[in-house]
Design a protein around this ligand. Structure first.
Ligand code: ATP
Length: 723
């Protein structure tokens, strides 16, 4: 598997030196101090050895060519090992794997695999995968063969584990452990994130609950608002109609009253007419008064004339009586009867009266002529007086008759006029009453119109308020709140019901305003935060799962490790015992797990490993009691046993055979040959027996320039060189 080693500037190999390992066994021979061990150390170095001590140095620069008179010091030491990987022992897809390490004077190292820079860790993993462990059990340094004997039980266990190829489990376990730690950190982190998130989430949850309540409230408000607006619309429309009708009625009544009033005003002559009648009545009353006065005067005159007439008549009678006393009585009675008769006839009219009077006069004349002739003269005077007086009386009576007639006429005219006046006055009073009524009607209807107008203004204000309310509700609860079907009929309800609705609506509006908007941002944030919470929850579950998986893996690895370890240990023990008996010609050797009573280390859970040997024919209590050769034999037996159970790809043995006598050198040689069947061997030796068993021999020399040089040699030359 090992193809080649290339060394540049490493320790005494100042110049580029190439070792080809074309065969299974290679021996490196040369005089003391020529640089053979440096070759073994070059291997260690390239494979990532971190201990300076195991490369016999203190600082990095001890590894770099220090310079000599012929060649100046180098700044860099580099070693590359070329492996054949056609069997894919290394888990990378190349037929050849080149592992290279370079170190600089400042102590920094660079690693690369097939030319690509990698970390030390990558190298370690790669090597562990190919059973080239880090404890270097496959490189046995000079004088270090018995390291496995003197090391601590736990270190020994580690070396054996490494040799058994169990380091890969350690790696896996460490890796799983690291992952587990990381996972646990992540779990803690996620938990802390969740804890941080929880109060905010709870806050948001509450907010969203509030918003949901506000949503319900909004739905309620929308329904209420729809009813309220529909009813209010219907109410306003109805009110408008009622008021308009009322106003129209009032206006009509007002107009008719106004028209009637102006009509009445036009007829103001009524008053004039009644004045006319009044004047007539007054005049007639005056006329009646005058007539009565005139009649009184006339009556007086008539009285006076009748008085004078009676006196004249009396006087005439006395004249007659005294001289004419002898007049027969029957004649006088006859005369009187005649006069009465004629007087009766005179009652019909004034003319009849006058005729009667003439007749009476004639009668009397004839009587007088017969009986009173002798006294005619006397009597004639008296008769003239009577006559005059009677004429006067007749005239006066005629006047009186006229006046009576005039009085009667005037009285009836007065009565008529009074009647007319009364009628006229009645009409006037009626008109006044009507005017008063109309004025009252006018005032009342004007009042009504004004009232209606005030009401209309009120309705306009209400309409404006309604519009404002609509826009407020629209802003609060969206368009649904103002989208409603108008009422098909007026709901026969009290205004109080709508007022209550309004109060409820106002209260809801306030509550909704307090809830503060639709809260889209809060809802969005809540969605995000709860999604994050869910995400964290799932992540936590995943992490827990992966932690559980890792725990399981670690446990499985532990189980596997301990299984392989105990199996491997048993196998190693068998070979160890066999080799030991072979080397010592008897006896026995065994690796034993330390007693679990080991309380020295808490970290070390696994028990360490002790070596128990029984030499033939000798009684030894501890390894320390063995001779140098015995120690070398024991450690070789163990190393070889280990190598046989889990053969490493190659084994480098630096003068492991130094302490062996001839007989043991032969046994050693046999074992090496046996070993070479499984592993490639590079042996640094001075032992002729060993050399004789090797296929390829390299000779290392060092000249005066202090530079190690390499050359291929034949067996005989090698024996020579080795001396
Ligand atoms: P032996 O047979 O006695 O074991 P060897 O062949 O194994 O000897 P090494 O121990 O490999 O010899 O080589 C030691 C030599 O390497 C010494 O001469 C030492 O001076 C030389 N050497 C070691 N380190 C450096 C260095 N950094 N620069 C130059 N030379 C060095």
């Amino acid at each position: 598997m090992l193809k080649r080693l290339e060394i540049v500037g490493f320790k005494s190999f100042a110049k580029k030196t190439v070792l080809d390992f074309a065969s299974v066994t290679t021996a490196i021979v040369g005089p003391n101090g020529s640089g053979k061990s440096n070759v073994a150390e070059a291997f260690r170095f390239a494979l990532g050895e971190q201990s300076m001590k195991s490369m016999r140095g203190k600082r990095a620069e001890d590894l770099i060519w220090g310079g000599s008179h012929s060649m100046p010091r180098a700044n860099r030491a580099a070693v590359s090992i070329v492996f054949d990987n056609s069997h894919r022992s290394f888990k990378i897809d190349f037929d050849e794997v080149v592992i290279e390490r370079a170190v600089f004077r400042d102590g920094t190292s660079e690693y690369s695999v097939n030319g690509s820079r990698v970390r030390l860790r990558d190298i370690e993993e790669l090597l562990a995968g190919a059973n080239i462990g880090e404890t270097g059990h496959h490189i046995i340094s000079q004088g270090e063969a018995d390291r496995i004997l003197i090391t601590s039980p736990s270190e020994r266990r580690s070396m054996i584990e490494d040799a058994l190829g169990l380091k890969i489990y350690e790696f896996k376990k460490n890796e799983a452990q690291k992952k587990l730690t990381k996972t646990e950190e992540n779990i803690a982190q996620v938990n802390s994130l969740r804890r941080e998130l929880t109060p905010h989430l709870r806050f948001l949850e509450n907010q969203v609950k509030k918003l949901e309540r506000a949503d319900l409230l909004r739905i309620e408000l929308i329904s209420l608002a729809q009813t309220y607006f529909a009813v209010e619309d219907a109410y306003l429309t109805r009110e408008k109609l009622i008021r308009a009708r009322e106003k129209q009625g009032a206006a009509e009544r007002l107009a008719s009253a106004t028209a009637e009033l102006s009509e009445i005003e036009k007829r103001a002559t009524v008053d004039f007419e009644s004045t006319k009648y009044l004047a007539l009545v007054r005049t007639m009353e005056h006329d009646i008064e005058r007539i009565n006065t005139e009649r009184a005067t006339l009556a007086h005159d008539i009285g006076r004339v009748e008085g004078a007439l009676a006196a004249a008549k009396e006087h005439s009678e006395r004249i007659i009586r005294e001289p004419y006393a002898k007049v027969p009585r029957e004649d006088i009675i006859a005369l009187a009867q005649e006069v009465d008769r004629q007087k009766e006839e005179a009652n019909t009219s004034a003319d009849a009266l006058i005729a009667a009077i003439s007749a009476i006069h004639k009668t009397i004349r004839s009587f007088v002529d017969r009986f009173v002739a002798p006294t005619d003269d006397l009597l004639a005077d008296e008769e003239r007086t009577v006559y005059t007086l009677e004429n006067e009386r007749t005239e006066l009576l005629a006047k009186e008759t006229k006046l009576s007639e005039e009085l009667e006429r005037t009285k009836s005219a007065l009565a008529r006029n009074r009647e007319a006046l009364t009628a006229q006055e009645e009409t006037g009073r009626e008109l006044h009453r009507r005017v008063f009524d109309l004025a009252q009607t006018k005032a009342r209807e004007e009042g009504k119109v004004a009232q209606c107008e005030a009401h209309e203004r009120g309705i306009i204000l209400l309409s404006e308020t309604l519009e404002r309310e609509k826009s407020e509700v629209l802003a609060l609860a969206g368009v649904a709140a103002v989208s409603y079907a108008p009422l098909s009929m007026w709901p026969d309800e009290e205004r109080k019901v709508q007022e209550d609705r309004h109060h409820s609506l106002e209260r809801m509006k306030i509550r909704l305003e307090e809830a503060g908007g639709t809260g889209e941002d809060i809802r969005h944030e809540y969605k995000e935060v709860s999604a994050r919470e869910v995400f964290l929850g799932t992540e936590l579950e995943d992490l827990a799962k992966s932690a559980a998986g890792l725990g399981e893996l670690i446990r499985n690895l532990d189980v596997e490790l301990s299984k392989h370890f105990s199996e491997g240990l048993a196998q190693v023990n068998a070979s160890f015992n066999e080799y030991f008996a072979l080397m010592f010609g008897g006896g026995s050797a065994q690796l034993m797990l330390e007693g679990s009573s080991d309380e020295t280390s808490e970290e070390q859970e696994q028990p360490g490993i002790e070596i128990v040997v029984n030499l033939p024919k000798k009684k030894v209590r501890s390894l320390m009691q063995l001779s140098g050769g015995e120690r070398a034999l024991t450690s070789i037996a163990l190393i070889f046993a280990m190598s046989l159970v889990n053969p490493p790809p190659f084994l480098i043995l630096d003068e492991t055979d130094a302490a062996l006598d001839e007989a043991n050198s032969r046994r050693y040689g046999d074992m090496i040959e046996n070993l070479a069947k499984k592993s490639q061997l590079i042996v640094i030796t001075h032992n002729r027996e060993t050399m004789s068993r090797m296929n390829i021999l390299y000779g290392v020399t060092m000249g005066a320039d202090g530079i190690s040089k390499l050359l291929s040699v034949k067996f005989e030359e090698a024996v020579q060189v080795a001396k």
